[in-house]
Ligand binder design. Structure first.
Ligand SMILES: [Fe+2]
Length: 217
């Protein structure tokens, strides 16, 4: 049974997120889930962690969204996902020790470290790491840029927004991660974003300076 557990988890998560009754509401969540699973596998392979269990954990880490009814539920969807994952893993007969690690990793991916019921292992921390790495990679950056509508804004406003992002992402560099591989992938995402916003700011500074010159009588 364990041999097929990752594909069963794929089918299970897909059936929830892509359920016709949801009318596409969770399509982006599903796409994110697939990418998180790919990042999780990359971390697991590089770090000698259980790749199958990591794939399952990542595939199931957000399924709790389907049962969230309040903002509070959404903030702690890890706990709901973990309960659903445990039920699923018991039904498929997955090993008790790995089930515990998978569910704990899913549970803590939405919690502050000071709220963890117990210290987390590298495996358990890697679920949140894979999630965060996808959340700060190019696709999310593109969607944020779309929302920001910089093409419609004045250079000064773009400079302010760019500085805010540079500060935010520089601060995120001190976020604790579970493995050296996650550190490398996390830093790569943040460095990409910091580099982009630094260049954007530099260009807007030139633009703003040019506007000042041209406005001088
Ligand atoms: Fe999540």
């Amino acid at each position: 049974m364990n041999q097929d557990a990752a594909s069963l988890a794929l089918d299970y998560a897909g059936s929830l997120f892509l359920d016709e009754a949801q009318q596409g509401k969770y399509l982006k969540r599903w796409e994110h889930t697939l990418r998180v699973a790919a990042v999780g596998r990359k971390i697991a392979r590089a770090e000698g962690l259980n790749t199958e269990a990591m794939t399952i954990a990542c595939l199931l880490h957000d399924i709790g969204y389907l049962e969230c009814r309040t903002d509070e539920d959404c903030d702690h969807h890890g706990a709901i996902s973990a309960r659903m994952a445990r039920r699923f893993l018991e039904i498929v007969g997955y090993g008790a020790d790995l089930t515990e690690q998978i569910c704990y990793g899913i549970l803590i991916h939405t919690e502050e470290e000071k709220e963890f019921p117990r210290p987390a292992s590298a495996f358990e921390l890697s679920v949140a790491d894979a999630d965060n790495i996808d959340r700060f990679d190019a696709w999310r950056m593109a969607s944020i840029l779309e929302q920001d509508k910089f093409s419609e804004q004045a250079p000064q406003r773009i400079i302010v927004a760019a500085e805010r992002r540079i500060g935010l992402y520089t601060g995120y560099k001190s976020v604790r991660v579970g493995t050296p591989t996650a550190r490398m992938l996390w830093d790569r995402c943040l460095d990409m974003q910091i580099c982009f916003y630094q260049r954007l700011r530099a260009q807007m500074e030139i633009t703003a300076a040019g506007q000042r010159i041209s406005n001088t009588p």
